[in-house]
Design a protein. Structure first.
Length: 291
Protein backbone atom coordinates (compact mmCIF):
# COMPACT_ATOMS: atom_id res chain seq x y z
CA UNK A 1 0.00 0.00 0.00
CA UNK A 2 2.78 2.46 0.96
CA UNK A 3 4.76 1.59 -2.12
CA UNK A 4 1.71 2.19 -4.34
CA UNK A 5 1.15 5.57 -2.67
CA UNK A 6 4.81 6.51 -3.17
CA UNK A 7 4.64 5.52 -6.84
CA UNK A 8 1.49 7.59 -7.35
CA UNK A 9 3.14 10.54 -5.65
CA UNK A 10 6.24 10.25 -7.85
CA UNK A 11 4.08 10.10 -10.99
CA UNK A 12 2.16 13.17 -9.81
CA UNK A 13 5.37 15.09 -9.16
CA UNK A 14 6.75 14.13 -12.57
CA UNK A 15 3.58 15.27 -14.30
CA UNK A 16 3.48 18.52 -12.35
CA UNK A 17 7.10 19.19 -13.25
CA UNK A 18 6.45 18.42 -16.92
CA UNK A 19 3.39 20.63 -17.08
CA UNK A 20 5.12 23.39 -15.16
CA UNK A 21 7.88 23.79 -17.69
CA UNK A 22 7.75 26.48 -20.33
CA UNK A 23 6.56 25.48 -23.77
CA UNK A 24 9.33 24.45 -26.18
CA UNK A 25 10.60 27.12 -28.51
CA UNK A 26 8.87 26.94 -31.92
CA UNK A 27 10.90 26.25 -35.04
CA UNK A 28 11.15 28.69 -37.98
CA UNK A 29 8.02 27.42 -39.81
CA UNK A 30 6.00 27.34 -36.61
CA UNK A 31 7.16 30.86 -35.72
CA UNK A 32 5.97 32.11 -39.11
CA UNK A 33 2.58 30.40 -38.66
CA UNK A 34 2.20 31.85 -35.15
CA UNK A 35 3.09 35.33 -36.41
CA UNK A 36 0.51 35.10 -39.21
CA UNK A 37 -2.11 33.85 -36.74
CA UNK A 38 -1.37 36.68 -34.31
CA UNK A 39 -2.24 39.16 -37.06
CA UNK A 40 -5.82 37.80 -37.22
CA UNK A 41 -7.90 40.22 -35.11
CA UNK A 42 -10.10 38.79 -32.32
CA UNK A 43 -13.88 38.57 -32.50
CA UNK A 44 -15.06 39.65 -29.01
CA UNK A 45 -17.94 37.75 -27.44
CA UNK A 46 -20.96 39.35 -25.75
CA UNK A 47 -19.23 39.04 -22.37
CA UNK A 48 -16.53 41.60 -23.19
CA UNK A 49 -16.93 44.71 -21.05
CA UNK A 50 -15.12 47.39 -19.12
CA UNK A 51 -13.52 46.27 -15.86
CA UNK A 52 -11.71 43.12 -14.84
CA UNK A 53 -12.54 39.41 -14.80
CA UNK A 54 -11.32 37.29 -11.86
CA UNK A 55 -9.05 34.27 -11.97
CA UNK A 56 -10.89 30.96 -11.84
CA UNK A 57 -9.07 27.73 -10.99
CA UNK A 58 -10.55 24.23 -11.20
CA UNK A 59 -14.08 25.49 -10.48
CA UNK A 60 -16.97 23.08 -11.01
CA UNK A 61 -20.18 24.44 -12.51
CA UNK A 62 -23.47 23.00 -13.72
CA UNK A 63 -25.63 23.75 -16.72
CA UNK A 64 -29.16 22.63 -17.56
CA UNK A 65 -29.43 21.33 -21.14
CA UNK A 66 -32.20 19.24 -22.69
CA UNK A 67 -33.84 18.55 -19.34
CA UNK A 68 -30.68 17.28 -17.63
CA UNK A 69 -27.95 18.82 -15.49
CA UNK A 70 -24.48 18.74 -17.04
CA UNK A 71 -21.29 19.86 -15.33
CA UNK A 72 -17.82 21.10 -16.25
CA UNK A 73 -14.59 22.43 -14.75
CA UNK A 74 -13.25 25.82 -15.75
CA UNK A 75 -9.83 27.48 -15.46
CA UNK A 76 -9.39 31.10 -16.54
CA UNK A 77 -6.72 33.70 -15.79
CA UNK A 78 -7.53 37.10 -14.32
CA UNK A 79 -7.78 39.46 -17.30
CA UNK A 80 -9.17 42.83 -18.38
CA UNK A 81 -12.86 42.45 -19.16
CA UNK A 82 -12.40 43.84 -22.66
CA UNK A 83 -9.53 41.51 -23.72
CA UNK A 84 -10.87 38.50 -25.66
CA UNK A 85 -9.19 35.23 -24.65
CA UNK A 86 -9.01 31.93 -26.54
CA UNK A 87 -11.09 29.03 -25.19
CA UNK A 88 -10.10 25.35 -25.25
CA UNK A 89 -12.64 22.57 -24.65
CA UNK A 90 -11.02 19.29 -23.56
CA UNK A 91 -12.99 16.04 -23.30
CA UNK A 92 -12.13 13.03 -21.11
CA UNK A 93 -12.08 9.41 -22.22
CA UNK A 94 -14.65 6.64 -21.74
CA UNK A 95 -15.43 6.04 -18.06
CA UNK A 96 -13.13 8.95 -17.25
CA UNK A 97 -13.79 12.25 -15.55
CA UNK A 98 -13.17 15.92 -16.16
CA UNK A 99 -11.03 16.17 -13.01
CA UNK A 100 -8.75 13.27 -13.92
CA UNK A 101 -8.39 14.43 -17.52
CA UNK A 102 -7.56 17.98 -16.39
CA UNK A 103 -4.94 16.66 -13.98
CA UNK A 104 -3.33 14.34 -16.53
CA UNK A 105 -3.07 16.81 -19.42
CA UNK A 106 -2.12 19.90 -17.39
CA UNK A 107 -4.32 22.06 -19.62
CA UNK A 108 -5.83 23.88 -16.64
CA UNK A 109 -2.42 25.00 -15.41
CA UNK A 110 -1.32 25.85 -18.93
CA UNK A 111 -4.41 28.04 -19.40
CA UNK A 112 -3.56 30.14 -16.35
CA UNK A 113 0.02 30.56 -17.53
CA UNK A 114 -0.60 31.09 -21.25
CA UNK A 115 -3.71 33.26 -20.97
CA UNK A 116 -6.62 31.20 -22.29
CA UNK A 117 -9.78 29.68 -20.83
CA UNK A 118 -9.73 25.89 -20.38
CA UNK A 119 -13.01 24.00 -19.96
CA UNK A 120 -13.22 20.29 -19.08
CA UNK A 121 -16.83 19.07 -19.46
CA UNK A 122 -18.24 15.84 -17.99
CA UNK A 123 -19.67 13.29 -20.39
CA UNK A 124 -23.11 11.72 -20.02
CA UNK A 125 -23.86 8.37 -18.39
CA UNK A 126 -25.03 5.28 -20.26
CA UNK A 127 -22.68 5.42 -23.26
CA UNK A 128 -22.27 1.91 -24.78
CA UNK A 129 -18.66 1.29 -25.81
CA UNK A 130 -16.13 -1.56 -25.76
CA UNK A 131 -18.78 -4.07 -24.70
CA UNK A 132 -19.45 -1.95 -21.60
CA UNK A 133 -21.49 1.05 -20.53
CA UNK A 134 -20.18 4.16 -18.80
CA UNK A 135 -19.74 7.91 -18.85
CA UNK A 136 -18.62 9.26 -22.19
CA UNK A 137 -19.49 11.07 -25.40
CA UNK A 138 -21.37 10.85 -28.68
CA UNK A 139 -19.17 9.94 -31.64
CA UNK A 140 -21.45 9.88 -34.72
CA UNK A 141 -23.15 12.73 -36.64
CA UNK A 142 -26.67 11.48 -35.95
CA UNK A 143 -26.03 11.73 -32.18
CA UNK A 144 -26.73 15.29 -31.02
CA UNK A 145 -27.03 15.18 -27.22
CA UNK A 146 -23.44 16.22 -26.48
CA UNK A 147 -23.14 18.66 -29.38
CA UNK A 148 -26.21 20.46 -28.01
CA UNK A 149 -24.51 20.58 -24.59
CA UNK A 150 -21.38 22.11 -26.12
CA UNK A 151 -23.33 24.77 -27.99
CA UNK A 152 -25.22 25.75 -24.82
CA UNK A 153 -21.96 25.75 -22.87
CA UNK A 154 -20.28 28.04 -25.40
CA UNK A 155 -23.28 30.37 -25.45
CA UNK A 156 -23.09 30.74 -21.66
CA UNK A 157 -19.32 31.17 -21.48
CA UNK A 158 -19.32 33.75 -24.27
CA UNK A 159 -21.89 35.78 -22.32
CA UNK A 160 -20.06 35.42 -19.02
CA UNK A 161 -16.44 36.08 -20.01
CA UNK A 162 -14.63 37.93 -22.77
CA UNK A 163 -13.99 35.13 -25.28
CA UNK A 164 -12.35 35.45 -28.67
CA UNK A 165 -14.90 33.73 -30.91
CA UNK A 166 -12.24 33.27 -33.60
CA UNK A 167 -10.19 31.18 -31.18
CA UNK A 168 -12.46 28.48 -29.76
CA UNK A 169 -10.94 24.99 -29.97
CA UNK A 170 -11.67 21.37 -29.01
CA UNK A 171 -9.45 18.45 -28.06
CA UNK A 172 -10.00 15.19 -26.22
CA UNK A 173 -8.60 11.80 -25.31
CA UNK A 174 -9.88 8.44 -26.59
CA UNK A 175 -13.72 8.61 -26.54
CA UNK A 176 -13.25 12.37 -25.99
CA UNK A 177 -11.09 12.42 -29.12
CA UNK A 178 -13.88 10.77 -31.12
CA UNK A 179 -16.18 13.53 -29.86
CA UNK A 180 -13.69 16.31 -30.70
CA UNK A 181 -13.41 14.78 -34.18
CA UNK A 182 -17.22 14.86 -34.47
CA UNK A 183 -17.43 18.47 -33.25
CA UNK A 184 -14.97 19.50 -35.95
CA UNK A 185 -17.71 18.66 -38.44
CA UNK A 186 -21.02 19.40 -36.67
CA UNK A 187 -19.76 22.54 -34.87
CA UNK A 188 -17.52 23.93 -37.62
CA UNK A 189 -19.40 27.22 -37.31
CA UNK A 190 -18.20 27.59 -33.70
CA UNK A 191 -14.78 25.94 -33.59
CA UNK A 192 -11.57 27.22 -35.14
CA UNK A 193 -9.63 23.92 -35.00
CA UNK A 194 -9.73 20.51 -33.31
CA UNK A 195 -7.09 18.05 -32.06
CA UNK A 196 -8.17 14.47 -31.26
CA UNK A 197 -5.67 12.43 -29.20
CA UNK A 198 -5.91 8.61 -29.50
CA UNK A 199 -9.22 8.55 -31.36
CA UNK A 200 -11.15 9.44 -34.48
CA UNK A 201 -13.69 8.06 -36.91
CA UNK A 202 -14.63 8.40 -40.58
CA UNK A 203 -17.66 10.73 -40.39
CA UNK A 204 -19.15 9.51 -43.68
CA UNK A 205 -21.76 11.94 -45.03
CA UNK A 206 -21.21 14.68 -42.42
CA UNK A 207 -20.63 18.05 -44.11
CA UNK A 208 -18.80 20.75 -42.09
CA UNK A 209 -19.94 24.33 -42.58
CA UNK A 210 -16.36 25.32 -43.42
CA UNK A 211 -12.94 23.67 -43.75
CA UNK A 212 -11.55 22.99 -40.25
CA UNK A 213 -7.86 22.49 -39.35
CA UNK A 214 -7.26 19.22 -37.50
CA UNK A 215 -4.30 17.67 -35.68
CA UNK A 216 -4.35 13.96 -34.86
CA UNK A 217 -2.05 12.55 -32.16
CA UNK A 218 -1.91 8.75 -32.11
CA UNK A 219 0.31 5.97 -30.72
CA UNK A 220 1.41 3.13 -32.94
CA UNK A 221 1.26 0.69 -29.98
CA UNK A 222 -2.35 1.62 -29.14
CA UNK A 223 -4.22 -1.62 -28.41
CA UNK A 224 -7.59 0.03 -27.67
CA UNK A 225 -8.36 2.15 -30.75
CA UNK A 226 -7.34 0.39 -34.00
CA UNK A 227 -5.00 2.28 -36.31
CA UNK A 228 -7.30 1.78 -39.29
CA UNK A 229 -10.07 3.62 -37.46
CA UNK A 230 -7.97 6.73 -36.80
CA UNK A 231 -6.41 6.51 -40.26
CA UNK A 232 -9.94 6.49 -41.65
CA UNK A 233 -10.69 9.72 -39.78
CA UNK A 234 -7.48 11.27 -41.07
CA UNK A 235 -8.27 10.28 -44.67
CA UNK A 236 -11.84 11.60 -44.33
CA UNK A 237 -10.57 15.01 -43.21
CA UNK A 238 -7.97 15.07 -45.99
CA UNK A 239 -10.82 14.56 -48.50
CA UNK A 240 -13.21 17.04 -46.89
CA UNK A 241 -10.52 19.71 -46.56
CA UNK A 242 -9.56 19.20 -50.21
CA UNK A 243 -5.97 18.16 -49.54
CA UNK A 244 -3.30 17.10 -52.00
CA UNK A 245 -0.47 14.59 -51.40
CA UNK A 246 0.97 14.02 -47.91
CA UNK A 247 4.57 14.75 -46.91
CA UNK A 248 6.49 13.54 -43.86
CA UNK A 249 8.09 16.24 -41.72
CA UNK A 250 9.18 16.40 -38.08
CA UNK A 251 7.73 12.95 -37.40
CA UNK A 252 4.26 13.93 -38.66
CA UNK A 253 2.27 13.44 -41.86
CA UNK A 254 1.24 16.83 -43.25
CA UNK A 255 -1.08 17.16 -46.19
CA UNK A 256 -0.42 19.70 -48.92
CA UNK A 257 -2.72 22.20 -50.69
CA UNK A 258 -5.48 21.82 -48.06
CA UNK A 259 -8.30 24.32 -47.59
CA UNK A 260 -7.53 23.81 -43.88
CA UNK A 261 -4.45 22.10 -42.46
CA UNK A 262 -4.56 18.35 -41.74
CA UNK A 263 -1.70 16.94 -39.62
CA UNK A 264 -1.26 13.39 -38.33
CA UNK A 265 1.44 12.78 -35.68
CA UNK A 266 2.11 9.17 -34.74
CA UNK A 267 4.44 8.31 -31.87
CA UNK A 268 5.60 5.17 -30.03
CA UNK A 269 3.07 5.48 -27.17
CA UNK A 270 0.13 3.23 -26.42
CA UNK A 271 -3.40 4.34 -25.60
CA UNK A 272 -2.61 7.44 -23.57
CA UNK A 273 -2.15 11.19 -23.70
CA UNK A 274 1.61 11.60 -24.25
CA UNK A 275 3.46 14.26 -22.25
CA UNK A 276 4.30 16.16 -25.44
CA UNK A 277 0.65 16.34 -26.59
CA UNK A 278 -0.41 19.28 -24.42
CA UNK A 279 2.21 21.64 -25.84
CA UNK A 280 1.73 20.29 -29.38
CA UNK A 281 -2.03 20.76 -29.26
CA UNK A 282 -1.84 24.29 -27.83
CA UNK A 283 0.75 25.39 -30.44
CA UNK A 284 -1.49 24.02 -33.19
CA UNK A 285 -4.44 25.94 -31.80
CA UNK A 286 -2.43 29.15 -31.50
CA UNK A 287 -1.54 28.89 -35.19
CA UNK A 288 -5.14 28.29 -36.37
CA UNK A 289 -7.65 31.00 -35.51
CA UNK A 290 -10.92 30.96 -37.47
CA UNK A 291 -10.62 33.25 -40.52
Amino acid sequence: MRRARRERALVALALLAACGRSLPEPGPEERAALAAAAAVPPEPSAGCRVGGLPRVRDERRTLGVGGEQRSYLIDAPAAPGDRPLPLVLSFHGFRGSAWRHRWWTGLGRLALREGFVAVHPEGHAGVPLLAATGRGWDIRPEETRDADFVRALLDGLERERCIDRRRVFATGMSNGAFFANLLGCVAADRLAAVAPVAGGLDLRACAPARPVPILFVYGRTDRIVPAEMVHGARDWWARVDGCGPAVERDGCTRYTRCAAEVVFCEGPQGHRWPRSATARVWRFFQAHPRP
